[in-house]
Design a protein around this ligand. Structure first.
Ligand code: ATP
Length: 203
């Protein structure tokens, strides 16, 4: 089973594009979902985090207080390194597990599954994938769509974008890209073409 990585900056349209692949029957794993799942109440990772930082990073329902944790590691780079050292291997292992499960089963006849990740190119997640697909839109479109979706200010979106890989570099690392500055019908056509290309290449 081959793994195709799908990435793109904030608001570029990864979720939109992966839903179109999903309509074609392609299974996928979302790295953001996995990153949340591994710190759900009852996980060993959450227990380790609570032991390290104290109960102040827990909400009253026992869940992780992400804002409190973010604040804490933002102030102290060494704590960030500790946290990443803990979570990185756990997330990677869970990604591999879910990707294998997603491609398993006699009823799944496609030769590939997708790994959707905003940080595919910034992390060693790229080592897991055979091909890299970048969902691409101009920065201004990214900003406008994210502001409209999340009710964020322009400054907030620009700050997040500044911490992500620059558009040109991301594009230069892609095996294929989807131009998402287009009407959805056209994006669907691009996805179909890419799907057929992968069916051919991985046959
Ligand atoms: P994030 O990384 O922030 O999770 P994303 O890359 O998954 O974002 P989406 O949520 O798919 O991006 O898209 C961002 C917004 O843009 C959404 O509100 C979506 O409906 C809209 N959008 C996506 N593609 C198009 C398109 N081709 N035309 C118009 N709007 C679009």
């Amino acid at each position: 089973m081959k793994i195709v990585g799908l990435t793109g900056g904030i608001g570029s349209g990864k979720s939109t594009v992966v839903r179109i692949f999903g309509d074609l029957g392609v299974h996928w794993v979302d790295a953001d979902d996995v990153a949340r799942e591994v710190v759900e109440p009852g996980t060993s990772a959450l227990a380790a985090i609570a032991e390290h930082f104290g109960a102040v990073i827990l909400l009253s329902d026992g869940g992780l207080d992400r804002a409190a944790l973010r604040q804490r590691v933002f102030e102290e780079p060494a704590e960030r390194a500790w946290l990443e050292g803990l979570l990185h291997p756990v997330i990677r292992q869970e990604l591999i597990r879910q990707l294998s499960a997603g491609g398993a089963g006699d009823d799944y006849t496609l030769p590939y599954v997708l790994l959707v990740s905003p940080l595919l190119l910034e992390t060693d997640q790229q080592e897991l994938v055979e091909r890299i697909v970048v969902v691409d839109v101009p920065e201004e479109v990214q900003i406008e769509r994210t502001m409209a979706r999340d009710d964020n200010s322009r400054e907030q979106v620009e700050r997040i974008m500044a911490a992500q890989m620059a558009r040109q570099e991301r594009r230069s690392r892609a095996d294929a890209h989807i131009d998402n500055n287009r009407p959805l019908q056209d994006v669907e056509r691009q996805v179909c073409e890419l799907h057929n290309r992968f069916l051919f290449e991985f046959r």
